[in-house]
Design a binder for this molecule. Structure first.
Ligand code: URA
Length: 238
């Protein structure tokens, strides 16, 4: 289910602001009935008319991108930097499901399906987000345990569901650690490691839910299959 004004705007006929005005002014019908309430939620099955003309709904599109470094995870950037949406040639109004930092690489989903995005982002669905982090220093067992028990970041407790030390390089005094989390707060992984004394040098998301990078190189993308989309819908917890 999506908000009526969003569905009208994504049909391309007008902006979201103007869609809100149309709703308030009684110009929008859902299944033949005038709706003036802005928060109204509609589904794909609802028939939406604006000024008595049926709107064409945008086809849903779903992509998995291996985000390269140096690209922002937004649909536009006020500093003119390249965005993840620029990497996928489509007319659909897709947007990234959550964010990866400018310097983080790896698995990022993009879609114009709000419900699909919500399922992946809502912490109650406990979708695994698996990252490989290169750390300054060689992490100790007590720091790993603290990450699993929970650390406080910006007054909120966050924890890792799994942490595994994968590789140690004594010469450079660095290590590779795989960490799995369920939330997607801003800079969460970097802040978590920093809070236990190990700054992140490099970060890559290896997997989000059922989606891993497989053989996608940085900057490459693929469409999701119908089966994968259905699998995500099945992950929704009541
Ligand atoms: N956590 C971070 O710190 N950065 C990311 O890009 C993703 C998760």
């Amino acid at each position: 289910m999506e908000r009526l004004q969003k569905v009208i705007a994504s049909s391309g006929i007008t902006s979201r602001r103007k869609a809100e005005d149309l709703i308030k002014n009684g110009k929008v019908k859902v299944n033949g009935e005038i709706i003036t309430e802005l928060g109204t939620k509609v589904s794909d099955k609802d028939k939406i008319e604006v000024n008595n003309i049926l709107i064409a709904k945008e086809e849903k599109e779903y992509y998995l991108l291996n985000k390269p470094r140096g690209v922002v995870s937004t649909t536009s950037d006020d500093k003119g930097r390249k965005t993840v949406v620029d990497l996928i040639p489509t007319k659909a109004r897709i947007y990234p499901v959550g964010r990866l930092d400018y310097d983080t690489t790896g698995a990022l989903l993009l879609t114009n399906d709000g419900e699909f995005a919500n399922i992946l982002m809502h912490p109650k669905n406990e979708i695994d987000k698996v990252y490989m982090a290169k750390l300054e220093g060689i992490i100790k067992v007590d720091a790993i345990n603290k990450l699993k028990e929970g650390v406080i970041i910006n007054d909120i407790e966050v924890k890792a569901s799994r942490v595994k030390l994968k590789k140690v390089n004594k010469n450079t005094n660095t290590c590779l650690v795989q960490i799995t989390i369920h939330e997607g707060k801003n800079h969460q992984v970097k802040n978590m490691f920093e809070s236990v004394g190990y700054p992140v040098i490099k970060l890559k998301r290896e997997k989000e839910g059922i989606f891993s990078l497989e053989n996608l190189n940085a900057g490459e993308y693929r469409k999701l299959t119908r089966k994968e989309i259905a699998q995500v819908y099945n992950l929704k917890k009541k």
